[in-house]
Ligand binder design. Structure first.
Ligand code: NAD
Ligand code: DAU
Length: 346
């Protein structure tokens, strides 16, 4: 296959490219990424000289560029987004631009260039917030987004469905719970807390720490997207979850134990405005129809993740200091726009 991945220099997108090129070494991947603060080509250094992998620095909102890039592509896997809830509280406009207009731009290019297969990577946050005893979100849960991040992702999901119903674009959507693992930007809870503790700093726990998230190891998410691309039914949505609901306090205590630190390292701080109480995913549809379920337990995944951050301090110290942005502005290799990206013979 010839796949255009968007946002592949970010956390999940880069894990997906590693996963895909290992499993399908004959496939070609082009990675379109604007390299915002969250994009780091270092995540894919291993593939810098792989002839099957091409990096294109560019914006999903750039009509001309996107229209060129989709030509000859078998599938588009769309990860690119503004993804951090706290940033969407401080500056929502870029969320609307990238997540809504960017998705629309890709859909339109896919439609105009032969109805290209389109997989849209979305989030459980579009469903809103659960009470402690509510049943988990599923594909039939009504949308009820409550932050500018989740509202912009919800809008993008609606656009994807509109292109399926109105134009027959062959789409699928996945709504996934909280991921964790290597290359996760250290503004999100798990990598922030782990790296702070390595640095000897405290961890900022919002509110009373009783909010609940359902955690999934990132490689399991990549396997789920693989199953949907290869076996999913066109026009369908699949919910993906980790079966690992934890309060933030419980998760923090587990991290502290694994890193041999005491509770004095917790600093309770002001809560996030509009903080969703609980997310949980019922993934029985993808399990029953496509045979997917999480393979990495929360205990295994968290240990692997902590070890990764301990063993890759240069990666995250550069990220935390912002140095990686400067380095790549000067030294970015393999940043090209080729008119016929996929013209080479296998
Ligand atoms: P991330 O913030 O780590 O990466 C986003 C990537 O998109 C970055 O490389 C960034 O440079 C790129 N990007 C941003 N704006 C762009 C633009 N205009 N044009 C091209 N590229 C652009 O995000 P992530 O955590 O890897 O999330 C990836 C996707 O998965 C998002 O769509 C997100 O909504 C979804 N998702 C994330 C999680 C999670 O737990 N992180 C869970 C479910 C779904
Ligand atoms: O549920 C899927 C979503 O998970 C994705 O769509 C988002 O892209 C991703 O960022 C994530 O959103 P959350 O808001 O759940 O993740 P975050 O890591 O920011 O926060 C996880 C929980 O930890 C949340 O309840 C807020 C809390 N938190 C977070 C930070 C950054 C803290 O207590 N302290 C912190 O410093």
């Amino acid at each position: 296959m010839k796949i255009l991945v968007t946002g592949g220099a970010g956390f999940i997108g880069s894990n997906f490219i590693h996963y895909w090129l290992k499993k399908y070494p004959e496939d070609d991947i082009a990675n379109l990424d604007a390299l915002t603060y969250a994009g780091n080509p270092e995540n894919l250094k291993e593939h810098e000289n792989n002839s099957r992998y091409t990096f294109i620095k560019g914006d999903v909102c750039d009509k001309e560029l996107v229209n060129e890039l989709v030509k000859g592509v078998d599938a588009i896997v769309h990860f690119a987004a503004e993804s951090h809830v706290d940033r969407s509280i401080l500056g929502p406009e870029v969320f609307v631009r990238t997540n809504v207009l960017g998705t629309h731009n890709l859909l339109e290019a896919a439609r105009q260039n032969g109805n290209i297969r389109f997989h849209h990577v979305s989030t459980d946050e579009v469903f809103g917030s659960l009470g402690p005893k509510d049943p988990a979100f599923s594909e039939t849960t009504p949308y009820n987004p409550r932050s500018s991040y989740s509202a912009s992702k919800a809008a993008s999901d609606h656009l994807v469905r509109a292109y399926y119903h109105t134009h027959g674009l062959p789409v699928t959507i996945s709504n996934c719970s909280n991921n964790y693992g290597p290359f996760m930007f250290p503004e999100k809870m798990i990598p922030l807390f782990v790296t702070n503790l390595i640095e000897g700093k405290k961890v900022p726990l919002y509110g009373d720490g009783m909010n609940i998230r359902d955690w999934l190891y990132v490689e399991d998410h990549c396997r789920a997207i693989d199953a949907i691309i290869n076996k999913g039914k066109i026009g369908e949505t699949y919910c993906i979850g980790g079966d690992s609901e934890k309060t933030n306090k419980e998760l923090t205590q587990t991290i502290l134990n694994l890193m041999e630190k005491g509770e004095e390292m917790i600093e309770f701080v002001k809560d996030r405005p509009g903080h969703d109480l609980r997310y949980a995913m019922d993934y029985s549809k993808i399990k029953n129809e496509l045979g997917w379920e999480p393979a990495v337990s929360f205990d295994q995944g968290l240990k692997k993740t902590i070890d990764w951050y301990k063993n890759n301090q240069a990666w995250w110290t550069n990220v935390k200091s912002g140095e990686y942005l400067e380095y790549y502005k000067k030294n970015l290799k393999n940043s090209i726009l080729r008119k016929s990206l996929f013209s080479r013979q296998p």
